[in-house]
Design a protein around this ligand. Structure first.
Ligand code: F6R
Length: 248
């Protein structure tokens, strides 16, 4: 997997924002929609802030942009403090000119018996939009991408998944206590991620260094979901120096 190493998260994020802006403008010039797959969590915050700045100061328009988020807790209300709906509104969507009908995020409020059909429909919407042009990813300490925890099959599809306790612990800072962290999530599958035409995975900080090393230099194994990106024809890891520290 090719890696790009930057001095810090801000510089790496600015570089990825420029890549996204170029893609949006290229699609716009061709009169085509730009379909982005988006992640949440602490990792892409600087990236979204930079895209908002480009919208405000450099006339970057999201009019023709269609987005599909990777995942959402289940169950969760969209206006809950920790929901990924709320995260996306606050970090990006409230500040740019994206059309509300072009925003897609897994629904944490579905009755359980409707989740399966809903997930199929989500994949159909991605296909109907022409597929994902660029998928942005973070990486969990256990190697998860989206919420595809270790053991997720390369053929896995959009589905309900049980979160590992290490994942719940890593995300518990957003909740008042560990017991409040949902045990389930809806996530796009590994196969959906691999179908994106281009993938950029971001990782910052020394706590990500061991898993980045395993994903880039270790075996291609479902035990480290990010390592299956080794089989993607156009995937780049954008790292800061700390996250790259264990690469040989
Ligand atoms: C979130 C997602 C997750 C996170 C990962 C890292 O949409 O898909 O895979 O990217 O858990 O989280 P942070 O960025 O908080 O370290």
């Amino acid at each position: 997997i090719p890696v790009q190493i930057f001095k810090n998260a801000r510089e790496g994020s600015e570089s990825v924002a420029r890549t996204i802006a170029a893609l949006i403008r290229e699609k716009q010039a061709a009169g085509k929609p730009c379909v982005l797959g988006l992640a949440t969590g602490s990792t892409p915050k600087n990236l979204y802030a930079e895209l908002v700045r480009m919208h405000q100061e450099e006339e970057l328009s999201f009019e023709g942009v269609i987005t599909f988020n990777l995942d959402e807790y289940y169950p969760i209300e969209p206006d809950a403090l920790q929901s990924y709906h709320r995260f996306m509104q606050e970090q990006l969507f409230n500040h740019v000119d994206i059309r509300p009908e072009n925003i897609h995020i897994p629904d944490g409020t579905l009755p359980k018996d409707q989740v399966k059909a809903w997930c199929l429909a989500y994949e159909e919407k991605i296909a109907a939009a022409g597929g994902i042009d660029l998928q942005i990813l973070g990486i969990g300490n256990n190697g998860h991408i989206g919420f595809n925890e270790p053991g997720s099959n390369v053929n896995s599809r959009t589905r309900l998944i049980a979160l590992e306790n290490t994942t719940r612990l890593a995300n518990s800072y957003e909740f008042s206590n560990m017991a409040q962290v949902p045990r389930l999530a809806i996530t796009m599958g590994i196969s959906n991620i691999l179908l994106a035409r281009k993938v950029i995975l971001l990782a910052w900080g020394q706590h990500k260094a061991p898993v980045v090393q395993r994903a880039v230099e270790g075996h291609n194994t479902e035990q480290v979901p990010a390592s299956v990106l080794q089989q993607h024809p156009d995937c780049t890891f954008v790292l800061d120096e700390q996250a790259a520290a264990e690469l040989t």
